[in-house]
Design a protein around this ligand. Structure first.
Ligand code: GDP
Length: 295
């Protein structure tokens, strides 16, 4: 992911490096190229506009233009702005100290990677010394509970299935089961649809109202492209969520969604998933990602 964006940005910087001193025209040309590169990477138009305007303002200062290493300064400014766009600092899962079990609820479209993310998050928390339990509240996709049970079995984490019919009852039952088993975190996997739909949203809201999650994470497929903005906005408005798990960052999509989501929703990316294995979920570091994009 981001390969083409990295190449485009670096070729822009290379052109600047060939010049001893930069003029306003040079900066304008570079900003045009950065704008095109981001748009072609599927970054949301409004996000690109704001990003380029801020970069340009910071580059058009005498301090940058008259410096001995202007190209280096431009690269630093773009790196800083990219880090800011991605959220500046890492944002960890916030768990309540005075509640056991804590409840983390996952929402998102079908196929976004929710069920696998639930098990990966359980694996990560287990490695940190927690004792998680998975609640299979996706009662609409028949194979979802089986899939979760298989994944839970692989990582040694219990899965609560309940009657497999009423998602709210399964969530409540999962919490009780966690109390009985002395588990300290319940991860609630909810149902998605192929597109945003009222029934899915209402069910997520119903589960939220009953189990009062400590954290709601939206699982977003990094391959979604431009439509990602509408999807996350709908979820933010209806269910509200605390952060994002960005899945499938190992794919070869253009990655614009991953760059837009923070700016569009104001919610941090908390984790990134880069594969199908249990250990492929990582805490998201904006600065590292920005550096990776700039190569
Ligand atoms: P759900 O419908 O949201 O529960 O989605 P699933 O968890 O079933 O995932 C849908 C598909 O995406 C499955 O084939 C997963 O193995 C795959 N998947 C999930 N996360 C990742 C990831 O980070 N990278 C890759 N390459 N595949 C993933």
């Amino acid at each position: 992911m981001f390969n083409s964006l990295s190449d485009r940005l670096n070729s822009t910087f290379d052109k600047l490096r060939g010049k001893g001193r930069l003029t306003e025209d040079d900066i304008n040309a570079a900003m045009r190229e950065i704008r095109m590169a981001l748009l072609e990477a599927d970054v949301n138009y409004r996000v690109v506009k704001g990003f380029v305007a801020e970069c340009k303002e910071k580059c058009m200062t005498a301090e940058v233009l008259d410096s001995l290493t202007p190209a280096q300064n431009v690269v630093r400014i773009v790196l800083d702005q990219l880090t800011k766009l991605l959220g500046t600092t890492e944002s960890r899962l916030t768990l309540a100290q005075n509640r056991t079990p804590n409840v983390v609820m996952l929402v998102g479209l079908q196929g976004s990677g929710k069920t696998t993310a639930a098990s990966k998050l359980a694996y990560l928390l287990k490695k940190q010394g927690h004792s998680p339990l998975l609640a299979a509240c996706d009662v609409h996709r028949p194979a979802a509970a089986d899939q979760l049970e298989t994944l839970g079995g692989e990582i040694g984490v219990p899965v609560f299935r309940g009657d497999g019919k009423d998602a709210v009852a399964v969530a409540k039952g999962g919490i009780q089961d966690a109390v009985d088993r002395l588990c300290d975190i319940v991860i609630v996997d909810t149902a998605g649809r192929l597109q945003v739909d009222e029934e899915m949203m209402q069910e997520a809201v119903d589960i939220k109202n009953v189990v009062k999650p400590d954290q709601i994470l939206m699982v977003v497929d990094a391959m979604t492209g431009q439509d990602i903005v509408n999807v996350v906005t709908e979820f933010a408005n209806r269910v509200d969520f605390d952060g994002v798990i960005m899945s499938k960052l190992d794919g070869d999509a253009r990655g614009g969604g991953a760059l837009s989501v923070r700016e569009v929703t104001g919610k941090p990316i908390k984790y990134v998933s880069m594969g199908e294995k249990p250990d492929s979920l990582e805490v998201f570091h904006p600065d590292r990602m920005a550096k990776r994009i700039l190569g």
